[in-house]
Design a protein around this ligand. Structure first.
Ligand code: NAD
Length: 323
């Protein structure tokens, strides 16, 4: 029988790539998204789309009426800085909104609930090397607190209401459809700037005629995981019975300077980046050990950074989504 999945946030970067993959597998897909940061162009025409806010009763009503097999919950306020400016507004979407969807999931006896969580923002600075799932959780932002809170709710709904669920703790995801707006997508932002620079020159494409700007020294590190690897983890998690929290990361730490150098080389542009002031409170290091899930779900080896960056750069250039 055809499986039916509701993807919240399915007009966004990650959710839309996941929706495509379910459709390719022959699943029926319904997308719930309020388009606050998502983009209509991302929505697969093979999916049913409902422009709804996850906090609205109408979203829960829809889930109760549809009775899907799986809910894949990606809708979120995902800007860490905004969460610092207004923690209550962040929690309204990321905690209360998630609870509305979880309540509907229990009421309609959904078979599996997949939640987009975060690694870096939940663990805080690494105590030593790559953080595995046993690393202490010490969120340093309201966004991280909200994601961790939902993980606790998942535990509650699992034990008390029997809801089968998994939280996927992502590293820094990058790839086609990531927005060049906002603060999270450093790959998309740098690539977009470089493409504009090459096509329009200094006077047109770049604000103040400046090359891409790195916040601070650029020695801060991140774990960049390609979207295809994240999609594969979601598909595996949707079919499986295992529960709990799993990292989706590469175990490879890349500095922002190294990232920029790789993108500039892919662009064939010999343009040194500018350096701006460091962002206050920015995490210095982030790297996730994703081996537990990779072994458990027999996932393919991670996409090498250079390959993923090359595909992302080509997509942004060909689609012209650089602004
Ligand atoms: N991008 C990353 O590196 C990363 C890392 C860790 C976790 N995540 C998580 O993955 C998920 C998807 O992130 P993304 O990078 O694709 O971001 P995104 O902004 O592209 O996608 C989020 C989607 O949710 C929708 N949305 C937001 N608030 C909503 C609401 N109240 N009701 C309905 N829809 C709403 C937006 O319109 C958007 O389409 C988020 O939960 C995010 O916290 C992302």
């Amino acid at each position: 029988m055809t499986k039916h999945v509701v993807v919240t946030g399915g007009a966004g970067f990650i959710g839309s790539n996941i929706a495509d993959a379910y459709i390719e597998r022959g699943w029926r897909v319904t997308i719930i998204d309020n388009l606050s940061s998502g983009d209509r162009r991302n929505i697969n025409p093979g999916a049913a789309f409902h422009q709804l806010d996850i906090r609205d009763a109408a979203a829960a009503d829809l889930i109760r009426a549809l009775k899907p097999d799986v809910i894949n919950h990606h809708a979120a306020q995902m800007d860490v800085r905004k969460s610092v400016e207004d923690p209550a507004a962040d929690a309204d979407v990321n905690v209360v909104g998630s609870l509305r969807i979880l309540e509907a999931a229990v009421q309609t006896a959904v078979k599996r609930f997949v939640f987009a969580s975060t690694g870096g923002a939940i663990y805080g600075e690494p105590v030593e090397g790559a953080q595995d799932e046993s690393h202490p959780t010490a969120p340093l932002s309201p966004y991280g607190c909200a994601k961790l809170a939902v993980e606790h709710y998942l535990h509650y709904y699992r034990v008390v209401h029997g809801l089968s669920s998994v939280a996927l703790r992502y590293a820094n995801v990058y790839g086609p459809r990531q927005s060049v707006h906002g603060e999270a997508g450093v790959v998309a932002i740098f690539a977009g700037r470089l493409i504009d620079f090459l096509s329009n020159g200094l006077s047109n494409g770049l604000s103040n005629g400046q090359p891409p700007t790195i916040n601070g020294s650029g020695t801060q590190t991140r774990d960049f995981v390609y979207i295809d690897d994240v999609v594969a983890a979601n598909l595996a998690a949707s079919d499986a019975g295992w529960q709990g929290e799993y990292n989706v990361g590469t175990g490879v730490e890349t500095s922002v300077n190294e990232l920029y150098a790789s993108l500039a080389s892919i662009a064939g542009a010999d343009i040194p980046a500018a350096h701006g002031p460091a962002k206050e409170g920015e995490q210095l290091r982030s790297v996730l050990d994703g081996s537990r899930l990779r072994k458990l779900a027999a996932l393919p080896e991670r996409t090498p950074l250079r390959d993923g960056l090359t595909k992302t750069f080509a997509w942004l250039r060909d689609e012209g989504r650089t602004r």
